[in-house]
Structure formats: C-alpha cells, structure tokens
Design a protein around this ligand. Structure first.
Ligand code: ADP
Ligand code: MG
Ligand code: ZN
Length: 490
C-alpha cells in the first residue's frame, strides 16, 4: 500500500474523512418481488425465470406482499419513518443483465426515511443517520469467467433478475473506516435479528458501496466524493476506505483535485482503481412505474408489522445485563448472533449461576470453536452441556481444570458434554465411613453455618453440600451426602 505508507499520521490529522454507505440487502422471500419465480440461490442458470422477470413485452408486475412486510419490518428496526404511500419508479439504464432496460426501484417517494443506527464509541453512542430505505428489484448476473474460450464470451444468468432488495442509504455521518465497519456490523446484526435477510455476503445477499471524501479539519463543506463498489467483505470495505482516504489526501496535497468517480477495490493489491468517471455517470431518467399502483402501508399495516418486530440486539443486551448479572462486554459477545444469544439465554436460565455460564461460553467454548473454525451451531457442546458443566463447577463437583479437560475431550470426539462427563467423571465415593469423615470435617469448620441451620435456615444445606463436594474433589455421591448430612446436622 504505497499510499498509506507515504501519508503520515500528521496528514491524517490535517484531514477529516467523511463516509456514507449504500447497502443492498436481499429479502428472504420464497418468490421474486414482481412474479412467482423462485429466489433459490444456486439453481441452474436461467431456470427460475418467467416473462415478467425476463422483461418480455406485455408482461405485468404484481407486487409480492411478503417482500413489502419484510421491507417495512427492516425499516422499523432501523428506526425509520415509513411512508403511508410510496411510489415505484423506473430507473433506466442499458446493461446486458437488465432485460427490461430499466430496474423497478423507488425514487422521490421511497418506502422509508429518517432512520438511524447507534454505534458505540469511546465517548459514548453516536447516531449514524439513515437517509432512506427503499424497495427495488435486483438485476441478473453477468458471468465473465469459467468458459473454455475464457475472455471471449460473457454469459447471462437471469435467475437473480427480480429478486427483492431493499437499499439502505446512510447519511454522510461516518468519520473513519472503523466507524463504517461498526455501522455495517450493527446493520447486519439488526437485519439478521429481524430475519428478513440472511445477509450472506458470499451469495450477494448483502452488498455495500462506500462513498468517501476528505476535507481539511474544521472546514464545513464536504470534499468531492468517490464511490467504491462491489467489495465483498466488511474487512475489505474497511481496508478499501483506509486506502481511499490516504489516496485522496495525497491527491489534494499534490495540489490536484479529486475526480468524482466510481472506483473498484482490488483486495489482493490492497488498492482502488477508477472504474468510471462522473462524465460517464448514469442519467437514469427516473419516472413513475405505470404498471404498479402506489404502495400503501397505512398505520394499521405498520402497527401489525411492528408487533412482529423481535427484541433488537441493543435492547436485548441491556436486558441481559440486568437478567443475568453479566457485564456489558459479556452481553456484546453473547449477542453477536441471535442463535448464540438464544442459546446462551436457554443455558443461563437452566443454570444456577448465569454469570458462570457467560464466562464459560467466552473462555472455554468460543476459543475452541474458533480454533476449529466452527460456528456456534456446529458446536459439539450444546448450551445444555455448558449449563451442566457450569453447575458442576459451581457445586464443586469438578474443578476448572477437569472442566477444561472434559471440553477438550468433547471437541476431540465431537460428543456433547453430558456424554463425555458420564464416561470420564471421577469415580464416586459411596463408602459411608469415608464420607462421614469428610462431612464431620466440614461441619467442624463451619460453626456459624451450623448455627444458622439449626436456627431454621435449612436452605444453607447447599453450602455444606458444596463444601463436601469440593473436599471430595467432586467424588462424593450426592444422594448419600444429603442423607448423612441431614442426620449429622440435626
Ligand atoms: P449520488 O447522487 O452521487 O448517488 P447521494 O447524495 O445519493 O449521491 O449520496 C449517496 C451516498 O453518498 C450517501 O450514502 C451519502 O451519505 C454519501 N455521500 C454524499 N456526499 C458525500 C461526501 N461528500 N462524502 C462522503 N459521502 C457522501
Ligand atoms: Mg445515490
Ligand atoms: Zn419470474
């Protein structure tokens, strides 16, 4: 990265980056937005098509109700105001994978506006504005590679043509690549929680274009922006933005002007390239789509949809901190995916000490999953297993060291914790004489608790059981301990 090494941190101090993001999210409907064709990914090319999505003359679009519900839900989750009446518009351009010669989108009356996402910063929360969220259809796909005569042909797959999308346009509110990264991470998390998209970047269900400019710090007017298109991971978007900031600073420092243009990021080389300049920019000649009625999402429909809005990550984190006595950091880690959060809560509710479950998930489970390249859904140890192991440590039945051992064994064999524990657990002490000796020692060492017990606080028996388990290294047979203990305490 020539640019970044040349521009010193002093130059970075002199200029302030300004970033706005345009994100396309594919909605998880079974069928396309204006016809009944399947949206299934990976079907043989041009098998999920019909006259509507092929753009044949005379074919008429019919709006998919589910797509509207999903779009409204996404808008609500992003704190947007949903318009009661929005208008579909034709966005005209010529491209081989766009058979109609226009894309049905929304223009001056989009479905939703004025939303925001709050990102976390050292100084507190920062609101990143969402200018608009509108519905549109996807285009087909041009495939430029994989042919015998590579380079001589481009083939077109129109399966994707007409797939429902929402485009989410942010305000130019971000001031660093890290803020953009954080915004995208939260945006994806929120959309995943709503369930309206799988946000799978490899399959193109989430795509992001980054608009970047720089201005001298203190200057109010924005600099000229460039737009970076088609970057396929959040990490690369962050890198591309970093590169672009340095490149722009260099251009300006050299006394030249930033050209408003679209650029592409090459991840291997770690740099952006000019793709088309403003002179070649599209003039889309938007006009209202005559084949579709205005989209009406009245207050009643909005209310009905709002009722299906799940608890969103930020709210959930706050609640979890209160419910389980875990830290905000714990909550952040445990809510990175809805599945993990659901499973954690299930385990935390079943376990004696939820904080211990939170610790185990982070210290013992996630590290091992990461080392094996597994997702939480693929974990050999279920959350039930985690809860059980937490209780065993809590009661003193096993030490942390034994727990680590058992986790290693579970990951090696692919079995869940209970199965491994059953096989590996230390042999139990059932010898009454040996147990009585341990019990006597514990009782002798805890006169205060004995007094409390005899004064009627019988719940304190748990304390004695814990001590006995610890003293016996978890080997005391619990039922026998209970029986003997009660006799001795009376
Ligand atoms: P265009 O008409 O070129 O598409 P828009 O005004 O629609 O531009 O904005 C597109 C995106 O670019 C939005 O996310 C917006 O926040 C962002 N943006 C606009 N101006 C700037 C700027 N000067 N620097 C960085 N981002 C910008
Ligand atoms: Mg735009
Ligand atoms: Zn179709």
């Amino acid at each position: 990265m020539a640019a970044s090494t040349q521009s010193s941190s002093a130059l970075r101090e002199k200029y302030e980056p300004v970033i706005g993001l345009e994100v396309h999210v594919q909605l998880l409907t079974q069928t396309k937005v204006f016809c009944g064709c399947s949206t299934q990914f990976g079907a043989p090319p041009n098998t999920n098509v019909c006259p509507v999505c092929l753009g044949l003359p005379g074919a008429l679009p019919v709006l998919n109700k589910r797509a509207v519900q999903f779009a409204v839900l996404a808008a609500q989750a992003l704190n947007c105001q949903v318009r009661e009446t929005s208008i579909f518009a034709r966005k005209n351009y010529f491209y081989p994978d766009l058979p109609k010669g226009y894309q049905i989108s929304q223009f001056d009356k989009p479905l939703a506006e004025h939303g925001y996402i709050e990102i976390a910063q050292a100084s507190g929360l920062k609101k990143i504005g969402i200018t608009r969220l509108h519905m549109e259809e996807d285009a087909g796909k041009s495939i430029h590679d994989g042919l015998a005569d590579s380079g001589r042909y481009t083939s077109i797959d129109l399966n994707r043509s007409g797939t429902p999308l929402v485009e989410i346009v942010s305000e130019p509110d971000m001031r660093s690549a890290d803020e953009a990264f954080e915004y995208l991470t939260l945006l994806k998390e929120i959309i995943l929680y709503t369930g309206v998209s799988d946000c799978n970047m490899e399959e193109g269900s989430l795509r992001c274009d980054a608009n970047v400019s720089v201005r001298p710090r203190g200057q109010e007017k924005f600099g000229t922006k460039t737009e970076i298109k088609n970057v396929n991971s959040f990490r690369f978007i962050r890198e591309a933005i970093e590169y672009e900031i340095d490149r722009q600073i260099e251009v300006i420092e050299a006394g030249e002007k930033i050209q408003q243009e679209t650029r592409l990021y090459n991840a291997q080389e770690g740099r952006t390239y000019s793709m088309r300049s403003k002179e070649q920019a599209h003039d889309y000649r938007y006009f209202p789509e005559p084949d579709l009625l205005p989209l009406v999402a009245d207050a009643r429909l909005q209310e009905t949809i709002r009722k299906t809005l799940p608890e969103l990550p930020e709210t959930r984190r706050k609640r979890m901190v209160g419910d389980y006595g875990i830290t905000e950091y714990d909550a952040r880690v445990l809510t990175v995916s809805k599945t993990l959060a659901d499973q954690f809560e299930e385990a935390a509710k079943a376990a004696r000490n939820p904080k211990r479950v939170a610790n185990l998930v982070q210290s013992e489970l996630m590290g091992r999953l990461k080392a094996k390249g597994l997702e939480i859904e693929q974990s050999p140890i279920s959350m039930k297993g985690v809860a059980m192991s937490a209780d065993l440590v809590e009661s003193g039945a096993i030490s942390s060291k034994i727990l680590k051992d058992l986790y290693d064994k579970a990951f090696a064999s692919g079995e869940d914790f209970p199965a491994v524990y059953e096989r590996e657990k230390p042999e139990q002490i059932t010898d009454t004489v040996a147990l009585e000796k341990i019990i006597d020692e514990v009782i002798a060492a805890s006169p205060k608790q004995v007094e409390q017990y005899r004064a009627g606080k019988t719940t304190i028996i748990g304390f004695f059981v814990g001590q006995i388990m610890k003293a016996s290294k978890g080997r005391a047979q619990p039922e026998l301990v209970n029986e003997l203990l009660k006799k001795k305490l009376q």
